[in-house]
Design a protein around this ligand. Structure first.
Ligand SMILES: Cc1cc2nc3c(=O)[nH]c(=O)nc-3n(C[C@H](O)[C@H](O)[C@H](O)COP(=O)(O)O)c2cc1C
Length: 326
């Protein structure tokens, strides 16, 4: 039986010769001639449709996040928006990006070169446009942090630095497999891309905190103050979502299967959706520090909305705003 390489050993295929060096055309081990002809692609659906456009649309059905790939060439920082980013392996830690052979980024990447991946947050859409060479409204300055000699976009949801260990031919794109040297993640909502458009994740959409203050004051007026010790569960996954909480003092962490998802601080609300639809909690919330929170029951929210039609209308306005896709 073949001996299993030690986990630190390079996989054997890394020692295979790579034909064609790293020239833009035909990099990696497969040459363009070996690949199927574009005519062999069968496009189902409307007859007469442009096959290239239909193929693009088909691929575009797959929802992704959005990243900015960065690299430093001398003093010059270069960034490119990419959604063709994928995790490959945990041990060794590998990722891959697919870069258009016509992109400037393509000419900058080669074996041994590092690239940064910044996973964009929902509010960084203009950065995505900017690094895709699209016109943007503002001329907002982009901040970079240098990690392992690699620029990373400030404010991104997650960062990785990878060193190119292998590049492969990918038709009009090239695949750059990178060994990850640095990883960091934060909290927040990611920017999404699907069907050729940006999309937004609605998972933690605030409702009550977006209400006008005078309406919020009516809803919170009869709330009951509760205190929790550090480590104590405020709500547990699966329990009925019959209360909404506003933090008066301290911090609470949202956890799912032991993984921290986000943290709430003073003045922030949680349990907003469950208190309206009454469905079970989708995550645990645990007090991080001594916590004082105002608990508002589902019955109290309902009776307030029935008494104050303005509150109902304000909530509908907030929900309509969430569904707007811009
Ligand atoms: C959401 C989005 C995703 C993109 N994903 C990729 C990608 O994965 N690979 C790629 O080569 N280009 C991708 N592009 C296009 C490049 O960002 C664009 O061609 C850019 O101008 C190339 O920059 P450069 O030539 O300065 O390196 C994407 C653009 C957008 C808006």
């Amino acid at each position: 039986m073949a001996e299993r390489p030690a986990s630190s050993a390079r996989p054997v295929e890394f020692d295979l010769p790579v034909h064609g060096g790293f020239a833009p055309v035909g990099i990696g081990e497969t040459f363009p001639d070996d690949t199927p002809d574009a005519d062999e692609l069968e496009i189902a659906g409307e007859p007469g449709q442009d096959p290239a456009a239909a193929f693009r649309r088909t691929l575009g059905m797959f929802a992704t996040g959005v990243t900015v790939i960065t690299t430093q060439d001398g003093e010059q920082v270069h960034g490119m928006t990419a959604n063709a980013f994928m995790s490959v392996s945990l041990r060794p830690p590998l990722v891959v990006i697919s870069v258009d052979r016509r992109a400037k980024m393509h000419a900058l990447l080669h074996e041994g070169r590092r690239y940064g991946i910044s996973v964009l947050a929902d509010e960084q859409r203009s950065l995505s446009d900017r690094f895709a060479g699209r016109a943007t409204e503002g001329t907002e300055e982009v901040g970079f942090d240098l990690v392992h000699d690699t620029p990373l976009v400030r404010g991104a949801l997650a960062h990785l630095v990878a060193k190119v260990v292998r590049s492969n031919w990918g038709g009009d794109h090239s695949l750059f497999v990178g060994q990850v040297e640095y990883a960091r993640y934060g909290e927040g909502r990611p920017l999404l891309f699907q069907g050729g458009r940006y999309r937004h994740l609605l998972e933690r959409a605030p409702v009550f905190s977006s209400l006008p203050p005078e309406i919020l004051a009516v809803i919170t007026a009869e709330g009951v103050e509760r205190t929790f010790e550090p480590g104590e569960f405020v709500v547990r996954e699966g329990e009925p979502g019959d209360e909404l909480f506003v933090i008066i003092e301290g911090e609470a962490r949202v956890e799912r299967e032991g993984n921290a998802l986000s943290t709430f601080g003073e003045g922030e609300f949680f349990g907003e959706i469950a208190v309206i639809d009454g469905r079970p909690r989708s995550a645990d919330v645990v007090a991080v520090s001594p916590l004082r929170a105002l608990a508002i029951s589902r019955d109290l929210v309902r009776s307030t909305v029935e008494r104050e039609p303005r509150a109902a209308w304000a909530m509908l306005e907030v929900l309509a705003g969430r569904l707007r896709d811009d």
